[in-house]
Design a protein around this ligand. Structure first.
Ligand code: HEC
Length: 495
């Protein structure tokens, strides 16, 4: 509540973060963390299988170089931009939570930034010196070594960030003792890292196989060799993916598993959850079938066989990220801050006095019959707008109409009894924080939205009004009043 509320009413704020973050993770895992070691390994194979008195097998080396070029271009443009894009989007949509995370993980992020800068320098060296390194055996070996350094540094940036992702799901004993170490060593961290690492490798291999089929279309012998290596790479990492997934599943708190059925689809598709689940597992396994086939009959593998499994595994990672973001709800930071950006420990205060008094940006602090709609809007912005829109995706009118019937007038009384209990049935929603008067105002506002089709603009379009209790005159007046009271009580005690 300390920040103006940016709001995208058509798209939904959560969607903005998710779209950028998912793209970023796909590039990071598939084209950096998992791909670079795969490329380096292949480059090394080229040297090992080189004809006598050559540094490497030139055709092979050229194929690997072309694959690296794709990763280089995408990671340094789209990859880097979406990385910064995550910062932009979370700062707009969820400033309070990112503020808290920065306070806890300041030094971790600082180190991550240094590692990232090193990674950028290493990838420049690795890619740009590739050709010149082929001059002598010694420089080729040094070049390969840079590939391994780059692999390690790419992995470290991921390893640091994964700790923060784990922390948001379950901060562990940090909630009782706020230290960086307690936050960093949260219970979900290692299992999630053990799952993500081999998954990234698998993705790198599948992406690599796809590129192989594109770049060596007219060189069957080369293609067969490269396809077989990619298959071996994928098969080698598969058992670790499965083990990591089991490990991760076992540390996931039960409350999060309850959210899974909605996380995978939406409420509407909840009943299809089982089918969807098997479909996802099935499509992910397709890449393993492909890998086995690639090792067994590499000559049969062409672009048209690889592209579908490739898109499916990247899709699988996308769904995995969406699910991870969803199941930690109602919290954005487990046990500490709800996804509406209100801290759990402040709830008793909000329930007693209402939330509008404490909001920094609100035009109304006390609900009256005259300002009811305006107050309701302020309550909506502060308690529902991080997840609901008025007219767009997950619209608040829609979700109520789903309960009461499409187009039917919404019923005040039952909404007033539904909202304070919504977190019990729908565990992904935080409890309603305000007082009774604010609840009535919120209901009136939602009904008004239904009747008029009105919609809500965010602070970026509508501007902000600062809490009237906090403007200069008001603060000065209350300070004077306080001073006068203090003087009075001093005089009384002197007498
Ligand atoms: C943390 C995000 C979040 C917040 C905050 C939130 N909701 Fe929701 N709400 C959801 C999601 C997600 C759904 C499910 C939508 C779907 O899948 O169809 C939902 C569904 C609903 C439903 C339909 C539930 C059902 O049983 O069909 C209602 C009603 C609702 N929300 C009201 C509210 C109100 C009122 C507020 C503010 C006081 C609020 N929500 C705040 C995320 C949130």
């Amino acid at each position: 509540m300390d920040f103006p509320m940016f709001h995208l009413d058509w798209l939904n704020d959560r969607f903005l973060i998710a779209a950028i973050a998912i793209l970023h993770v796909c590039i990071n895992h598939g084209l950096a963390v998992g791909f670079i070691p795969y490329i380096t390994w292949l480059e090394q194979k080229g040297v090992a299988n080189a004809p006598k008195d050559r540094v490497t097998d030139p055709e092979w080396d050229h194929l690997i170089y072309k694959k690296m070029k794709v990763a280089f271009i995408i990671t340094t443009t789209l990859g880097a931009m979406t990385g910064v894009g995550i910062w932009f989007s979370v700062v707009l949509v969820s400033p309070a939570s990112i503020g808290s995370l920065i306070r806890v993980f300041y030094w971790a992020w600082f180190v991550e930034w240094l590692v990232f800068c090193t990674e950028v320098i290493l990838i420049l060296i690795y890619f740009l010196t590739w050709k010149s390194a082929n001059k002598s055996f010694k420089s080729k070996i040094r070049h390969i070594r840079f590939g391994w350094f780059l692999s390690v540094f790419s992995w470290i940036t991921m390893a640091i960030i994964v700790s923060i992702l784990g922390f948001m799901m379950d901060p562990g004993n940090w909630n009782s003792n706020h230290s960086l170490l307690n936050g960093f060593s949260n219970p979900i961290y290692i299992p999630q890292l053990m799952f993500r690492t081999p998954t990234a490798m698998l993705l790198g291999g599948v992406f690599g196989m796809t590129l192989t089929t594109i770049f060596s279309r007219n060189e069957p012998e080369l293609r067969q060799r490269a396809v077989r290596y990619a298959g071996q790479w994928i098969l080698a990492w598969t058992p670790l993916v499965v083990a990591g997934a089991v490990f991760y599943w076992n540390v996931m708190p039960a409350a999060m598993k309850d959210n899974l059925s909605t996380a995978v689809g939406t409420l509407e598709f909840q009943s299809y959850y089982d089918i969807l689940k098997y479909f996802i597992i099935g499509t992910a396994s397709l890449s393993v079938v492909l890998a086995a086939f690639a090792v067994w009959k590499p000559q049969r593998i062409g672009f048209k066989y690889v592209i579908i499994p490739c898109l499916l595994v990247f899709g699988f990672l996308g769904i995995f990220e969406r699910v991870r973001e969803f199941i930690r709800k109602p919290y954005v930071i487990g046990g500490y801050m709800y996804s509406n950006l209100l801290r759990k420990q402040d709830y008793p205060l909000y329930k007693r006095d209402g939330i509008l008094k404490y909001a920094t940006y609100t035009s109304v602090t006390e609900v009256t019959e005259e300002n009811k709609l305006e107050a309701g809007k302020m309550v909506f912005i502060n308690t529902c707008s991080r997840c609901h829109t008025t007219n767009g995706i997950n619209s608040i009118v829609n979700v109520f109409e789903n309960i009461y019937g499409k187009g039917k007038p919404l019923e005040d009384k039952s909404m007033e009894s539904y909202i304070p209990n919504m977190h019990n049935g729908r565990t992904f929603m935080p409890p309603y924080p305000g007082n009774q008067k604010e609840l009535k105002a919120l209901v009136a506002y939602i009904k008004h939205l239904q009747q008029t089709g009105d919609h809500l603009e965010g602070a970026q379009t509508e501007g902000v009004s600062i809490n009237p209790l906090w403007d200069d005159e008001h603060v000065a007046a209350s300070a004077e009043k306080k001073q006068a009271q203090q003087q009075q009580s001093k005089q009384m005690s002197n007498n």
